[in-house]
Design a binder for this molecule. Structure first.
Ligand SMILES: C[S@@+](CC[C@H](N)C(=O)[O-])C[C@H]1O[C@@H](n2cnc3c(N)ncnc32)[C@H](O)[C@@H]1O
Length: 361
């Protein structure tokens, strides 16, 4: 079994993404989840999971309990070690430095040498206290998210485990404003990576963004190995997306996540009339225009989103839609089933909604 260290403020969203790289994911404590098995390769490409560690056990969030657990755990390794501790969201008040010292001395007593610079094994100790966010991805989560009283049980957890895999944290190098082509309204690479992962992007898969803008979604899907297709109604965006995709994906060396970047193709087109055959892509991901930020070509916003949802359903069985409002009923009208829905507050005047859609069974 493994424990996952999640990032961001929405554990349910992070767990949803992590399911592309792990099985049996379930909440453990704020910022922490348990999983039965992981794919190391896929975990490297996650946005909202930082690490997975092979679980030695978990106790309540106290240093004494963590010590006792480590003194008796079956360790089954030899070599040098380093202990790295974290207090998730500062919730337990337990000092990571003291934890690293104390648990390190337990490991020395148990026959390990300590090498802080280049250890053979890293022991992760994660403390977390607070209300368990056990909302998961069934039904309409917007209601649960709005309901202040829906907090889960109070938990106090320390998870101990051997570090097994870490995600590559290179998103800062692709900040929208630092890309060769930038326009306001570009999607942040962290959110873009999460949504393409949720859509199932990876080697051997094809992802289509019918309103690709600067190509923020397509770049992240290409970097995890998917072949990507984009259309946009504006010639300026098509040219800009091509510039960005060439910059980030036209590299024959493996991407930082260790896979070959996917092929890409971008054309000018209307997202409500896509130039691709029925059921020809694995998933569609798009960021609907917000009206005030993105020029809406020829359509009212409602018609554009309804038309794009219907086209997405024609060409794929899975879609993830990001928008400044829910669009859940438009998605149902277009023949989609709402698999999950998340509400993400970007800043005071902008909330982003993420809909995860699958074909009605
Ligand atoms: C919110 S932006 C997409 C941003 C993009 N995800 C990014 O990271 O840059 C929406 C895009 O939809 C495009 N658009 C508007 N109407 C369209 C239509 N009918 N067909 C295709 N694209 C359209 C706009 O030109 C704009 O680039």
């Amino acid at each position: 079994m493994y424990f996952l260290e999640l990032g961001g403020e929405d554990d349910a969203f992070a767990r949803c993404e992590s399911r592309q790289a792990a099985t049996g994911v379930r909440p453990l404590a704020p910022g922490l989840a348990l999983a039965n098995a992981i794919s190391n390769d896929r975990l490297r490409g996650l946005a909202y999971t930082h690490r997975a560690s092979s679980l030695l056990g978990h106790t309540d969030a106290s240093l004494e309990s963590a010590r006792a657990l480590l003194e008796t755990a079956s360790l089954e390794r030899t070599g040098s070690v380093a202990v790295r501790a974290t207090d998730v969201h500062g919730s337990s008040g337990i000092s990571p430095t003291r934890t690293e010292r104390e648990l390190g001395s337990v490991l020395v007593e148990r026959g390990f040498s300590v090498d802080l610079d280049d250890p053979d094994h890293v022991l992760r100790a994660a403390f977390s206290m607070g209300q368990l966010d056990d909302r998961d991805e069934q039904g309409d989560l917007f209601e649960a998210a709005d309901d202040e009283s829906s907090g889960g049980e109070s938990v106090s957890v320390c998870a101990l485990g051997w570090l097994a895999a870490e995600s590559v944290r290179d998103f800062g190098s692709r900040a929208p404003t630092d890309k060769p082509f930038f326009q306001p309204g570009s999607m942040d690479p962290l959110l873009a990576r999460a949504v393409v992962n949720i859509a199932g992007a990876g080697p051997g898969r094809t992802v289509l963004d019918p309103m690709c803008g600067t190509g923020g979604v397509l770049v992240e899907a290409g970097l995890v190995g998917a072949d990507v297709l984009g259309t946009d109604a504006q010639a300026k965006m098509v040219a800009g997306a091509r510039t960005n995709l060439a910059h980030f994906l036209d590299d024959s060396s493996p991407s930082p996540t260790g896979v070959s970047c996917g092929d890409w193709h971008v054309a000018r087109g209307d997202g409500t009339r896509l130039p691709v055959a029925d059921s020809s892509v694995d998933s569609v991901v798009f960021d609907a225009p917000y009206g005030r930020q993105s020029k809406i070509e020829t359509h009212r916003l409602e018609d554009l989103v309804a038309g794009a949802l219907a086209e997405a359903r024609r060409v794929a069985d899975r879609a993830v839609v990001v928008a400044d409002r829910s669009w859940a009923s438009a998605a149902r009208d277009a023949g989609w089933e709402l698999e999950a829905a998340f509400e993400r507050r970007v800043h005071r005047s902008l909330t982003r909604y993420v809909l995860v859609l699958s074909a009605k069974s």
